[in-house]
Design a protein around this ligand. Structure first.
Ligand code: ADP
Length: 461
């Protein structure tokens, strides 16, 4: 019998994760309530998914009564436990506090491949999923991206593994997870509005590392100093990926190299995980930028460790089209190339997308909601690559102070203006790049709405 049967379960947050958890809990025979500070009218889309399941709601704010009456509280990833007066109240009463991910992993009967890091999580998660698919192996692909992990449980766990993107918010509440493979992409400043310090942010990411046991594979980016240092802190088995030929690093790293590295001259990825060397070609790899080569390597190592065939991996590498809003090519007009990188919500992703354009001058559209970030590290790239800087949104003044001296800069009020000015200023061969470096919520619901709007304006030119 389910431990939730007959229990009063309160789900805090009526997003995709909360709704999927409600479905799970109803199936377990729990008495479910969802509480959210938003009004019902703002949540209609996500509520559709509940159909006519028996769930109680509390919209437009929380009450003491619902938290005090709950026997289990499930907190959505967007909600900050520590600062939440009601959650703290329930906790002090001794009510168990849990999360969707925690409930999902408790029930998981298949290996978990968890992916975290500041940038590249969604790309790597999707690419690993495609590799399994190319090998005719069914897996769940989701987590922070797309479908919540608990849906895999709801749907009967059809598949041989779960490939899950895990955000730092989702990892905060994790205690019982043991991944078969944990992939770390990179760590750079992000979400400092929530975490206050880099240390707190890194500690949240490290939850995935701490979750690994001796049998877990830990796939680490050797080019990222923070991620590299994780090798010393894990009991798991480490596999590396790096742009540098291990021979140029030397020592034990070269002698016992285990993982993948990039041969730029040949546009190949060399992989050593099965005892013999394998070569994967990037000739038909469609994603731009060196950062996507890192994503490719991380994915190959994880997939190969999970037994995906070399053929399946190569096939997926050559076919994968990338995800929308991640350095997505939109169109060419009058010799000018437009790229939508709306998912770029931090400094590292701005740097990655600017670096992807080796020769073309870039007109950069940036700005949005600031996450308490220091934009100064982008200045050298702006100086080097950016012809005009078009700034908008809440953070435009801050961005202007950090970057305005390094390129001719225009501060604008709307996306319409940003697209028009950038096009007016462009010449044949230029790239117009939306890579905001900030989150979207100052003007849009999310990065998808922002990117779609940008694409619409670009198509209207
Ligand atoms: P995440 O799920 O971690 O946000 P995405 O794959 O959705 O990662 O990409 C988010 C942003 O980061 C996009 O702007 C994308 O161009 C950029 N990006 C993707 N992979 C990397 C990487 N390995 N390093 C730096 N930036 C990256």
């Amino acid at each position: 019998m389910s431990k939730y049967k007959g229990k009063k379960v309160l789900i805090v947050g009526c997003g995709k994760s909360g709704v999927a958890t409600a479905k799970y809990m109803v199936k377990q025979g729990a008495r479910v309530m969802i509480t959210d500070t938003k009004q019902r009218t703002e949540l209609l889309e996500v509520l559709k998914d509940l159909g006519d399941l028996k769930v109680e709601f509390e919209f437009g704010g929380h009450t003491d009564r619902s938290f005090m009456g709950a026997e289990v509280v499930v907190v959505s990833p967007g909600i900050h436990h520590q600062n939440h007066q009601f959650i703290q109240m329930a906790k002090s009463k001794g009510t168990p506090i849990t999360t969707e991910i925690e409930i999902a992993v408790e029930n998981l009967q298949h290996p978990l491949i968890g992916i975290t890091g500041t940038n590249g999580k969604s790309t790597v998660t999707s690419l690993i999923g495609e590799m399994f698919k190319s090998d005719q192996k069914e897996v769940f692909v989701g987590g922070n991206l797309g479908t919540p992990l608990i849906e895999f449980i709801n749907q009967g766990q059809n598949g041989i593994a779960a490939v899950a993107e895990l955000s730092s918010y989702q990892l905060e509440g994790v205690e019982k997870m043991v991944p078969a493979v944990a992939v770390f992409t990179n760590i750079d400043q992000d979400h400092l509005d929530r975490y206050g310090t880099m240390e707190n942010y890194i500690n949240a990411k490290k939850k995935l590392l701490k979750a690994c046991d001796r049998n877990s594979w830990v796939v680490l980016n050797a080019d990222d100093p923070v991620v590299k240092s994780f090798a010393q802190e894990t009991v798991g088995k480490v596999a590396w990926y790096t742009t540098r030929d291990p021979m140029t690093v030397g020592g034990d790293f070269a002698e016992n190299f285990f993982g993948a590295y990039f041969n730029a001259a040949k546009s190949q990825i060399i992989v050593k995980v099965t005892g013999k060397e394998e070569i994967y070609s990037l000739e038909h790899f469609k994603l731009f930028g060196d950062h996507n080569k890192m994503n490719a390597m991380a994915s190959i190592v994880a997939a190969r460790l999970m037994g995906v065939s070399a053929f399946g991996i190569q096939n997926a590498l050559s076919q994968f089209k990338g995800l929308p809003h991640r350095l997505e090519f939109v169109r060419k007009k009058d010799g000018v190339f437009f790229f939508n990188d709306s998912k770029s919500t931090n400094i590292q992703s701005m740097q990655a997308s600017l670096s992807a354009f080796k020769r073309s001058p870039v007109i950069l559209i940036a700005g949005g909601k600031d996450k308490n970030m220091d934009f100064a590290p982008v200045a050298p790239l702006v100086k080097d690559k950016v012809k005009f800087l078009i700034l908008l949104g809440e953070a435009k003044e801050k961005l202007n102070r950090a970057l305005g001296d390094f390129a001719e800069t225009y501060l604008v009020g709307t996306f319409e203006e940003a697209v028009l000015i950038s096009f007016q200023k462009s010449r044949t061969g230029d790239v117009i790049l939306l890579s905001p470096g900030c989150s979207s919520q100052d003007m849009f619901r999310d990065f998808e709405e922002r990117g779609d709007y940008f694409k619409k304006l670009v198509h209207q030119l």
